[in-house]
Structure formats: structure tokens, C-alpha cells
Design a protein. Structure first.
Length: 329
């Protein structure tokens, strides 16, 4: 069963891939056949279309749809073109009754793996394979392909849903050492901003109901004058016998002022009355607009330790486009 009757022009050294889906859907796959094999053949032809050499791929009676593929680098010195066909070994003088399903035959000048679709495949073939897995327009009339930017690396993913997505990658977990150079012995200057003329409030704690005790200074042995004494009497502790005004309105100025008896050196204790529970207000004068100087002590020659946090993951992972790597068979 030949795909095309006229050979496709092809030069020696070029690489071609043919692939097709194949399934036996009805009939007896054994009767009349010499062996239960179905072959996909990629054959080199000369300029007259005559067979030269070929490569084949076989499947034993595929009951389910399976894709066969053949890739060949053309090598014959007389090659001028190629033909592709499905081959079946039939016994002579035998009849066969079998129905084959042939799906999406494809021939490409490429060395891409098959049964996967080469990047130069037609739009109809590509859509049949991936549909709208990577999106479409709002009208549903176009479909999207995975985007691979220029110079992007390709990384593996085991999740088909992530194919075509970008990965930022990561580096293995690590830290960096760091240090600060010694700055020598030094201090730092500091100052406070001026805050304008002001005073500070203050208060005393309440002390409960109380009085105060006290005393006079020690004054030594002494006497006191007593005014308005009677005239003509000698007083035992002496006195001022000059003429002074008398008592009871006597203004004849003939009265002495005698001394009291000596009391010896002494002082006097006294107590004040209680004033109830109270506190005392304390006022402070304003100091005018001013600021305060702050001095910071020097600490000698020193340096400071610097810690850099860890970053990264369990292993090095490259950035790139996620792809699902498979083995073609």
C-alpha cells in the first residue's frame, strides 16, 4: 500500500522521517498472511522510481491504534527520491479479508523523534495531536503551541500539565561568609535638638495626717528684762535701773526694768499642729531654649560580626522550559 505513486525528490545525505497510525479493525489478521507483521517502509528510489534500499518498522497485528515510524538518512549513490508504503506478507494464491485503519500519515525531512510530530508538521496534523492543551483564542478558531524563547534551556517534568511552563530554577542551599573591617578605637558624637523655653512639672507624694517637730538654737546662760517694775526696790538678779515708763498708764518715767532669774544654757523644743493628708507642689523655673550634649564613650579597636541568611534548595536546578522527555518506540 503505497502512500504516493510518484517519488518525492530527495538528495543523498538528507534525513527523512515517516510515521503513521495503524490498527486492524475488522477481518482475520492471520488467514492468508505468511507472518503476523505489518511493515512501514521508507524506500530510496532512483530517478526512474526504481527501488534501491529501504528501512522498515514493524508491528505484530496491532489490535489497538499504534503509531509506526521510520527515520532514514539517504545513503545510496543513485538516490533521487523516496517512497513510503505499508507492507504485508501475503501467501501466493491466497485471499485475505482484513480492514486496516490508517491514521495521520506524515512524511517530513527531519531527524525529529517519532511517533511525535516534528516542529515543521502542518497545522492540521499538529492540532489533531495536541488540540487546545496550550490554549486557544476566544472564538476557538486557533490553537496555541508551547512557547520556547530564544536561548531557553529545556528541563524535564513528570507532569504533562506543566509542559511548556517556565521554571526559575534554584541553586543548592548555601550561606556566604562576611566580616567588617576594624575601625580603630573611636567614639560617636550625639546631640539633642533644641526644644524651646520650657519647665518640667513635679509633685510630692501624699504623707498622711502629720505635724512637724523642731527646736531653737542653743543660746547659753542668759536672762530677760521685765518691763514696768516698781521703783525704789532692789531686785535680786539685777536690772536696768534707768527711768522707764511705768505700767498702768504711769508715764513719769521713774520705773526700772529688772532681770529675770538666770535659766542656764538651754534650747526650746516645739511642735506644729497636724495639717491632714497633703502633698506639696514644687515649681521649676524655665531654663530658656536649650539642647543637651550627649557623649558616647569610646569602645576601643573593634569590628562587627555580620550574618548572611541561607538561600537555595536541596539541589541545583536549572531555569528553562519544562518538557516531558519520552522514549519513542
Amino acid at each position: 500500500m503505497i502512500f504516493q505513486t510518484t517519488p518525492i525528490a530527495a538528495a543523498r545525505g538528507s534525513i527523512w522521517t515517516v510515521s503513521v497510525g495503524l490498527q486492524i479493525v475488522a477481518g482475520d489478521p492471520e488467514a492468508g498472511f505468511r507472518e503476523p507483521l505489518r511493515q512501514l517502509v521508507l524506500a530510496e528510489c532512483d530517478r526512474n522510481g526504481q527501488y534501491l534500499v529501504s528501512s522498515t518498522s514493524t508491528k505484530p497485528n496491532p489490535a489497538t491504534l499504534q503509531r509506526l515510524s521510520v527515520t532514514r538518512k539517504l545513503s545510496h549513490e543513485d538516490v533521487a527520491g523516496i517512497k513510503c508504503y505499508i507492507g504485508m506478507a501475503v501467501d501466493p494464491d491466497s485471499s485475505v479479508d482484513v480492514t486496516l485503519r490508517i491514521s495521520q500519515p506524515q512524511l517530513e525531512p527531519t531527524s525529529g523523534p517519532t511517533p511525535y510530530i516534528p516542529t515543521r508538521g502542518g497545522a492540521r496534523t499538529v492540532f489533531a495531536a495536541i488540540g487546545t492543551t496550550y490554549g486557544s483564542n476566544a472564538e476557538g478558531t486557533t490553537f496555541k503551541l508551547p512557547k520556547v524563547d530564544e536561548d531557553s534551556g529545556v528541563i524535564h517534568t513528570g507532569d504533562p500539565a506543566k509542559v511548556g511552563q517556565s521554571s526559575a530554577g534554584s541553586v543548592i542551599a548555601h550561606t556566604h561568609s562576611a566580616s567588617a573591617s576594624a575601625a580603630g578605637a573611636h567614639a560617636h558624637s550625639a546631640g539633642a535638638d533644641a526644644v524651646g523655653d520650657h519647665a518640667h512639672g513635679a509633685w510630692t507624694d501624699g504623707q498622711g495626717h502629720h505635724g512637724h517637730t523642731g527646736g531653737t538654737n542653743w543660746v547659753g546662760d542668759h536672762q530677760h528684762l521685765v518691763p514696768f517694775a516698781d521703783a525704789g526696790i532692789a531686785y535680786p538678779w539685777g536690772g536696768d535701773y534707768n527711768n522707764h515708763a511705768g505700767s498702768r498708764g504711769n508715764v513719769d518715767y521713774d520705773n526700772p526694768w529688772p532681770n529675770t532669774s538666770p535659766a542656764g544654757g538651754h534650747s526650746h523644743a516645739y511642735s506644729t499642729d497636724g495639717n491632714g493628708t497633703h502633698a506639696h507642689n514644687i515649681g521649676m523655673n524655665g531654663a530658656g531654649s536649650h539642647s543637651h550634649t550627649i557623649n558616647v564613650a569610646g569602645v576601643g579597636d573593634h569590628s562587627h560580626a555580620i550574618t548572611v541568611g541561607s538561600t537555595g534548595s536541596a539541589r541545583n536546578l536549572p531555569a528553562g522550559i519544562r518538557m516531558l522527555f519520552c522514549i519513542a518506540f
